[in-house]
Ligand binder design. Structure first.
Ligand SMILES: *Cc1c(COP(=O)(O)O)cnc(C)c1O
Length: 386
């Protein structure tokens, strides 16, 4: 039996897989088991920050692997402490908790927010999230996710979440009260369809959080790590979170999650209150140190420049209705369906993603000009002819 057959037989079919077996890659080019090459505009959903099999990242990972692959969290390791220092110094935050995924990073943020609220008053435990958000697949992060489609069949849920309309200041204001311990959102809703929040809404959320002594929690799992043209997307808007979470692109391809806390929360989770066996794994952290150290201003400027190249190539096409997002997190609404465009692109050697009714682009941050141009040409053709 071939890979596809074995997969179908033995793996729970939770993913509607595309009919491609990826074998290897280099940069923003992936190669399938038949030898066909694809330009990669997906990065494994914003994970492979520097593309496939990046040599510098692989060396950093390999060197750590040859020293020690894992220790328990009873011991100190240098990659883990170096990464935490780097994350704090580059964001003005104070403390980090490491885990292994976006959902896990958000679980930690939710626990910390509940702890913060209930330390003041046992009823201060409500977390406001947004309709159309996405925060993960565990029962609690699904509870936080304001989309009915994900809730079906999995009740009862963790209590205490309240959903308001994104960018609706009135809705947010009327949901606020003394029992709210946190407002949690993505600055650009990723899975929800690459929908950016407005500066007005973000400012209002920050003001309301302050007024009601609630925490501002920003989910940067997808938007983080250079994806939008800043190291973290909230930095575009001049807002300061009390907690932000990240995962996906931080490890450059290895599983890692981080929950990052501001000064006022630096002792919110005392010894014994939280943990994760693999959290802060030295191999994942060594890779992340390499990734983060290479996301400098020059790279971020480059992301913005290349993003503009995509937008200018597409914006005047008659069949394009809307382009949303920032940097290398772009959503394109076209007349043709996103699924049809995806399939057309795949046929022609370009891998894209979808989010709701949009084609979603999340290319590796260091994609070459040649790969980018080739991808754009295929995408333009798909938008017109799919
Ligand atoms: C992907 C994603 C998550 C979940 O991350 P996992 O690593 O799949 O658990 C949470 N929040 C946002 C915004 C995401 O894009």
């Amino acid at each position: 039996m071939n890979t596809k057959g074995i997969d179908k037989k033995y793996i729970m079919e939770t993913y509607s897989r595309v009919d491609i077996e990826i074998e290897r890659g280099f940069g923003a080019t992936l190669v399938d088991s038949s030898g066909k090459e694809y330009i990669d505009f997906g990065s494994g959903i914003a994970v492979n920050t520097f593309g496939a099999a990046d040599a510098e990242w692989a060396r950093a990972v390999g060197e750590q692997l040859a020293k020690i692959q894992h220790t328990s969290n009873y011991y100190y390791t240098k990659p883990c402490s170096d990464l935490a220092k780097m994350l704090c110094e580059r964001t003005g935050m104070s403390k980090v908790f490491f885990s292994n995924s976006g959902a896990e990073a958000n679980e930690c943020a939710i626990k910390a927010a509940r702890k913060y609220g209930t330390d003041k008053n046992p009823d201060k435990n409500i977390i406001i999230t947004l309709k159309n958000s996405f925060h993960g697949r565990t029962i609690t992060t699904l509870s936080a996710t304001g989309q009915e489609v994900f809730h079906k069949n999995f009740t009862p849920f963790t209590q205490g979440f309240c959903y308001v309309e994104a960018n609706n200041i009135e809705d947010l204001t009327s949901a606020m009260n003394e029992s709210v311990c946190a407002i949690m959102f993505e600055v650009i809703q990723g899975e929800g369809g690459v929908l950016p929040l407005t500066k007005e809404f973000l400012d209002k959320a920050a003001d309301l959080a302050k007024e009601y002594d609630a925490l501002l929690v920003i989910d940067e799992v997808q938007t983080g790590n250079g994806r939008t043209g800043k190291l973290y997307a909230h930095q575009h808007f001049g807002i300061t979170p009390d907690i932000f979470t990240t995962a996906k692109g931080l490890g450059g391809g290895l599983p890692i999650g981080a929950t990052v806390f501001s000064e006022k929360l630096s002792d919110i989770l005392p010894a014994g209150s939280h943990g994760s066996t693999f959290g802060g794994n030295p191999v994942a952290c060594a890779g992340a140190v390499n990734i983060l150290s290479r996301i400098d201003q020059k790279l971020l400027d480059n992301v913005c420049e290349k993003s503009n190249k995509i937008v200018s190539a597409l914006k005047n096409i008659d069949e394009v209705e809307e382009i949303t997002g920032m940097g290398f997190m772009l959503g394109i609404k076209a007349q043709k369906s996103a699924k049809d465009i995806l399939h057309y692109c795949q046929e022609k050697g370009l891998l894209v993603l979808t989010a709701k009714d949009k084609v979603r682009l999340l290319p590796p941050l260091n994609i070459s000009d040649a790969e980018l141009s080739k991808g754009i040409e295929i995408l333009k053709e798909a938008i017109k002819n799919a």
